[in-house]
Design a protein around this ligand. Sequence first.
Ligand code: MF3
Ligand code: CO
Length: 253
Amino acid sequence: MPITIKSAREIELMTEAGRILEIVHGELQKALRPGMSTKEIDRLGEEVIRSYGCTPSFLGYRGYPASICVSLNEEVVHGIPNDKRIVKEGDIVSLDAGVIYKGYHSDAARTHAVGEVSEEARNLIRVARESFFEGIKYAKEGNHLSDISGAIGRYVEKNGCGVVRDLCGHGIGGSLHEAPEIPNYVMSRKGVKLRAGMTLAIEPMINAGGWEVDWLEDEWTVVTRDGSLSAHYENTVLITAGEPILLTLTGEM
Ligand code: MF3
Ligand code: CO
């Protein structure tokens, strides 16, 4: 599949999809507390998404059974919400969500600390977020994909964390996953040249220990092989000739 360049109208729709997703994440962060089940988080997320006239883009995607991916501690991504899985003080919780607005997708993830967490956990969450911002320094027309990937990977490793290699960011638009794939590690290839109008979901997934991961029996949940903590941070980004526009982040988070 070729990389799509979005029209002004498509960018308008994706901007709205992004704005709504930012609200969804805000509501989830506000509600997150010890004692809550991961299913409750999913229910609330779906409710907020639908209240804005959007559809949860993950629900039913390749058979995924929920609207919000909720991944605790050593879970990297794609945790499946469950009534019996209870969030507790000291956990870190990665929330990944996507919405479809009039046929256009946005995709964003945040990792939150629940109450007091270890210093290692706090540091990991910070490095995941900062690595995204290192990457998007290069998210500009004329640069190559590898400039983003390399900046993320180098930053994460410099900070003593492992970069997940089995999962990547991706183009996004009329589909959740479009070309190109966006690795979070240093690449030997330059990768495609960035052009204004490309929309990319850039999403470092990083581990406190090694980069290796495994898939659980449920066929979705990805966990760190060494059991170390993992964090995820993602935004949908519009490439321009100047600064990139963060479609899912206009505020602080
Ligand atoms: N942000 C994730 C991704 O880009 C969300 C997909 S989860 C799925 O892969 F459930 F929809 F598969
Ligand atoms: Co994504």
